[in-house]
Design a protein around this ligand. Structure first.
Ligand code: GDP
Ligand code: IMO
Ligand code: MG
Length: 438
């Protein structure tokens, strides 16, 4: 086995949308295999090339590099109709994935009744005051069906004669809840739709675990692209305001079938501030003009749903928790330029509790978050960092801010992003990332 290659995981450290897509696109030319291992089309990863923006939902962000083989692992839930639209959009822009795409036969399908259940439940929750603010893509129900042994794997599509029998139990449970309301197709329509959509994909469905084990054995370099982020992780996030997959490191192994030994390094991705879409705790949130300014300057509107993202200062306790959970080797700090031009920049270093003390510990239940108020350390602002490609040239105020941020989460910075384009940013000298990029 080759010792030269470094297999790398890219993981979100906040509540998603940190800029994982940009980093994966940037690093992909150094890797042979680019792998998604969890999530579905709730993800929206934006890649910007020459001012042109491409949003990817289920296709790994290595798609733009012809040398990358793209793998969708068993931990992913897939909406094949949306996948087809993504492939068509990529093809129209000159990116053909034929011959370099493999979808795990153990990955699960998102079906129309999963989406109907997601929407029905959220509409009901709105009245009960328990809305999660999901993306409405059927992600939760698809993972529920998987866990309750009523899910449909891509491999099942090879057996059209039994597909209706496989789908029926889950479909009937959804029908019991929703009744025969409009918006829920018939079982036959779901089966026919699945078979029709699946047809062009059949040649791409196969043994992704075997493929990855063989790639690892022969020393291919492998890049793992996380979707969502640690604070949205079903176990380690701000439950119940989370997604339904394991977005932190553990999910990489269950979601591919590779052993931990196959991974060498973890790059954690975080914005220089914090955002969140949907409901749930967010102590650092700014509900004032500064929050609005971050949203406008950072174009913080969802890639998948277009919803405005909630914005706030960088939250060190949540990010430190994510670093510990994932064993992060280095940070990629994104969107520093969005903070340009502010008089003051805040950094949440802890939370003041109801009893008057300061803690950096994260509560395990939603009710306890409500009492926490952010303890903010303030830094002098700076004029501009946009497009900087050498961190030593940054304004001293920006350098001081980044040093304090890195100290607060106890992980060194390996990459800094100063604009959406591939060219805007820099790798820190002396870090594992510099060695990797050689
Ligand atoms: P992901 O889900 O983690 O891949 O992140 P998204 O693509 O949903 O959101 C990140 C957004 O920020 C995208 O629109 C990127 O093009 C953009 N972006 C990434 N890095 C930077 C940066 O350094 N500066 C600015 N201004 N935008 C960035
Ligand atoms: P990327 O990969 C930001 C959020 C939703 C909601 C919660 C549950 O682009 O970072 P779901 O539809 O998954 O059941 O919704 O999770 N969410 C995301 N927020 N970025 C994402 O993905 C997200 N995927 C899901 O807003 O709060
Ligand atoms: Mg996103």
């Amino acid at each position: 086995m080759s010792q030269a290659r470094t297999n790398l995981a890219i993981l979100g450290l906040q509540w998603g949308d940190e800029g994982k897509g940009k980093v994966v696109d940037l690093l992909s030319p150094r890797f042979r295999q680019v792998v998604r291992f969890q999530g579905g089309n709730n993800a929206g990863h934006t890649v910007v090339v020459d001012g042109q923006s491409i949003a990817l939902h289920q296709v790994p962000s290595g798609a733009l590099h012809p040398g990358c083989f793209l793998v969708v692992g068993n931990g992913v839930v897939l909406n094949l109709e949306v996948f087809q639209q993504e492939l068509d959009r990529l093809k129209a822009r000159g990116f053909d994935l034929a011959g370099r795409l493999l979808l795990s036969d153990k990955a699960h399908l998102i079906l129309p009744h999963h989406i109907a259940l997601d929407l029905w439940r959220e509409a009901r929750a709105d009245k009960l005051g328990s809305k999660i603010g999901t993306t409405g893509r059927g992600i939760g129900p698809a993972y529920e069906m998987k866990a309750s042994r009523m899910g449909i794997r891509l491999g099942d599509l090879r057996h059209p004669e039994v597909l209706a029998d496989r789908i029926r139990p889950g479909f009937e449970e959804v029908r019991l809840r929703l009744g025969d309301r409009e918006g829920l197709p018939t079982l036959q329509a779901i089966v026919d739709g699945a078979l029709k959509t699946a047809e062009p994909f059949l040649p791409f469905i196969g043994d992704a675990q075997g493929h990855l084990l063989a790639a690892w054995e022969r020393g291919d370099s492998i890049l793992f692209e996380g979707a969502q982020a640690t604070l949205l992780d079903i176990d380690h996030g701000t439950y119940p305001y989370v997604t339904s997959s394991s977005c932190s490191l553990g999910g990489l192994f269950t979601g591919t079938g590779l052993p931990p030994k196959a991974l060498d390094k973890v790059l954690g991705i975080a914005k220089a501030y914090t955002t969140r879409v949907g409901a749930g705790p967010f102590p650092a949130e700014l509900l004032d003009a500064t929050g609005d300014r971050l949203r406008e300057a950072g174009r913080e509107f969802g890639t998948t749903t277009g919803r405005p993202r909630r914005c706030g200062w960088f939250d060190a306790p949540i990010t430190a928790h994510a670093c510990r959970t994932n064993g992060v080797d280095g940070l990629a700090i994104m969107k520093l330029d969005v903070l340009d031009g502010l008089d003051e920049v805040g950094l949440v270093v802890g939370y003041r509790t109801g009893e008057g003390g300061v803690t950096t510990r994260l509560p395990s239940c939603a009710a306890e978050w409500a009492d926490l108020k952010p303890e903010v350390k303030r830094f002098k602002g700076w004029a501009s960092t946009r497009g900087f490609t050498d961190h030593r040239q940054l304004p001293p105020q920006a350098q001081a801010y980044l040093e304090a941020l890195s100290e607060a989460v106890e992980v060194p910075i390996a990459y800094l992003s100063t604009g959406p384009d591939r060219t805007e940013g820099c790798v820190y000298p002396g870090t594992f990332l510099e060695t990797l990029l050689g």
